[in-house]
Design a protein around this ligand. Sequence first.
Ligand code: TRP
Length: 455
Amino acid sequence: MQDRQSIHGSWASRWTFILAATGSSVGLGNIWKFPYIAGENGGGAFVLMYLVCIALVGIPIMMAEVLLGRRGRQSPVNTLKDMAIEIGTTKRWAWIGLCGVAAGIMILSFYSVVSGWVIAYVVYAAEGTFTGAGVEQIGKVFNDLLADPQELVLWHTLFMIVVAGTVARGVNKGLEAGIRVLMPMLFALLLLLLVYAITAGDFAAGWDFMFHVDFGALSWEAVLIAMGHAFFTLSLGMGSIMVYGSYMPKKASIGGTVLTVAGLDTLVALIAGLAIFPLVFGNQLDPGAGPGLMLVTLPVAFGNMAGGQIFGFLFFAMVAIAAWSSAISLLEPVVAYVVERYKIGRTSACVILSGFVWVLGVGALGSFNFGSDWSFFGFNFFDLLDFMTANIMLPLGGLLVCIFTGWWVGKKITADELNMKSELVFNSWFFVVRFIAPVAVAIVFIANLWQKFAG
Ligand code: TRP
């Protein structure tokens, strides 16, 4: 199965793969989720654990996903199945892919709701709602949005239509041009926010919060959340990166490509944090404010800087586009699988699946209004979807990918796909995939179970 092509399309070059994978990984995870969970989990020590997980678990698994995808050239489910057949073992390895299909649907449902908040903010910024506004006024804008299910449904629906429409056309069309221009723009606007935070916020307090490490404050649950986020932010554990790998040209080098993507992703998250926390402390806000953190702090900056109306509009528009390029990578592996399995067209698959996601999303947005008293194991529905996927399903998927790659697929095939110049680098990667990454994930899982039930 050396030189197969995917039936779903292929990237024009290695550069397109970098753009697409960066588009997938840079998204709400970096700008919305990372700052708020770092805030909830006490900052420094949590940030350090997140960085360790990116380096030790995330990057090696990302390489494994890309290499499996590129060799299999199908949806993650069938890629894993064919790889298992190729090496003569049980086809049950394909279940990792099926778990990913479920995770993709669940993540996309609340991801679309949050993307909807961002779209609402594009409109508010353009209307000048934030101009001159203080923190209380902005807090009220956000709470009013959450309290209005109709408005939330409207934006969630719009986002899902755009995402389903893009995936129906095929992800290799249109994505490249969009990302090539818009990603650098998002980056420039983040730097603008950073400069504002340095000059107008309490930068020293923000910096200290993010980088002063105090392990005393770190619980095993916080380590699990940091590890789960490493998977979430790099789009690992459910097949996004694997399916994008399946459209990657054979000759491109996987190692360097993955390092570029992970490096850019981490940079964006750190800059987002460094822009948000100085504003949090400068305005006496609570770093543990929860999912609304970015939406109650950043408008303060746009409301008070010169040209803030236009910059605010552009910024939220860029964040919405980053969310779009991530969301299509959540839907793609699911659609690719359904097309292969049921032999239906891409468009029908997109309509059916996004309808499903839409319904779940309406349940998720209900957590902030009509369903605010629904409780599942102490979580509301929105948090349940997030916790189950990011902290359980994705790390579990990643753990199994490591075991499959390191112990079953083995050295010969992986060396052939990675085709690295340095044997030392290859052997280190292989060792991490075989031992370090799976053991690290297992320890974090076990420590959490222990603390829940025995501690
Ligand atoms: N990584 C994206 C973000 O940070 C979200 C995302 C895209 C994702 N594909 C994924 C998360 C697959 C988990 C699994 O916004």
